[in-house]
Write a new protein. Structure first.
Length: 345
């Protein structure tokens, strides 16, 4: 299935920093790479800034025109280590096994800088990981995205496994011309071109390999926060969603209204007015985010209530207990007992 351009979410501005670093090493200036995008390097440093699809496509069109290199996407994917993706990346690294890491990628792939959908499975004695549902782009842009994201996935999987990722073969949905050999050299295996979708094939034994940075409890916490971010991304264009994303941008830190207003380049008074126009208040949204995270922590982890209280920004657990009772009608411990079947899923 091909994604419509109107369905593609905007990416964080920092998504352009890794490819810009590669291009700088190749001798291309930032100004030339960003020409016509209405972006500058300072704008890309803002952790809360997002770029439009048109701005991102303008950047990559510039890359194609400047380099005239049909395999440039392979180079552009190399600096996309898991840590670049924030919460999502650390959830991958701390997963118990490679199978768990791929499940996280499948569930939360929207938190990467990719426009593809991720899936994995086993068939005919081989494990596979795919990138499907391509965006409706011109063929040269689509090829760049395929090459960039498959190259990034190889780097990420090696980082997650703590060693080389032993591939049987790679399938790519383009013809590889005029330099097909570069692909087999890059991936270190057979490459099949003009395939229905982009895929890695590898030994199923890799799936249950324990990961060197495994910390399942931390991974669960991070996945819960990823889930919150995905939920807030689902309704694009909402002003309330922008506020939620800023509240969730720094795990464990819950900013006041003045901070959020400054990040949105608004006065605090204007922010209050705009939220009021949507029938909301900042306190309501902050409570909603905290309540959602609290339920996840209480229902899906065995963290002590004192620790959950600190993670939600409360200096005293009594204040958290009072707030939780106001939200749910139960104390945190009573709520946890009644939802204990969800622990350790």
């Amino acid at each position: 299935m091909t994604k419509l351009l109107s369905d593609l979410p905007p990416h964080p501005a920092r998504a352009l920093l890794p490819p810009l670093a590669v291009l700088a090493e190749l001798g291309y200036s930032t100004a030339d790479c960003l020409a016509g995008s209405d972006l500058d390097e300072n704008a890309l440093q803002d952790p809360s800034a997002r770029i439009s699809l048109q701005q991102e496509l303008r950047f990559y069109r510039n890359v194609i025109d400047l380099t005239a290199d049909p395999v440039i996407g392979l180079k552009l994917g190399e600096p996309f280590l898991p840590q670049r993706y924030g919460l999502f990346g650390y959830a991958l690294l701390s997963a118990a096994t490679f199978r768990h890491a791929l499940a996280i990628a499948e569930n939360f792939g929207r938190l990467t800088f990719s426009y593809f959908s991720f899936h994995f499975g086993v068939e005919k004695g081989e494990a596979w990981f795919s990138m499907s549902d391509p965006p409706a782009l011109e063929s040269d842009l689509l090829r760049l995205y395929v090459d960039r994201d498959m190259s990034a996935a190889l780097i990420d999987f090696e980082e997650i496994l703590g060693e080389g990722f032993p591939l049987h073969r790679v399938c790519l949905p383009h013809d590889g011309s005029p330099r097909p050999r570069v692909y087999s050299e890059h991936f270190g295996c057979e490459v099949v071109f003009d395939a229905p979708e982009a895929r890695f094939y590898f030994s199923p034994e890799v799936l249950d390999r324990p990961l060197p940075q495994s910390d399942p409890e931390s991974s669960r916490h991070l996945q819960q926060q990823c889930q919150m971010l995905i939920a807030k991304l689902s309704a694009q264009g909402s002003f309330v969603d922008e506020v939620r994303l800023l509240i969730l941008a720094r795990p464990g830190y819950f900013p006041d209204i003045d901070y959020v207003a400054s990040k949105l380049d608004l006065s605090t008074r204007t922010l209050r007015r705009r939220l009021s126009e949507e029938g909301r208040s900042y306190r309501d949204i902050l409570d909603e985010v905290r309540f959602g995270l609290a339920r996840e922590y209480l229902g899906r982890t065995e963290l002590p209530i004192d620790e959950i209280s600190r993670m939600l920004g409360y200096t005293e657990s009594g204040n958290f207990s009072h707030a939780f009772r106001r939200w749910s009608g139960d104390s945190p411990s009573a709520w946890r007992r009644s939802h204990s079947s969800y622990i350790n899923l």
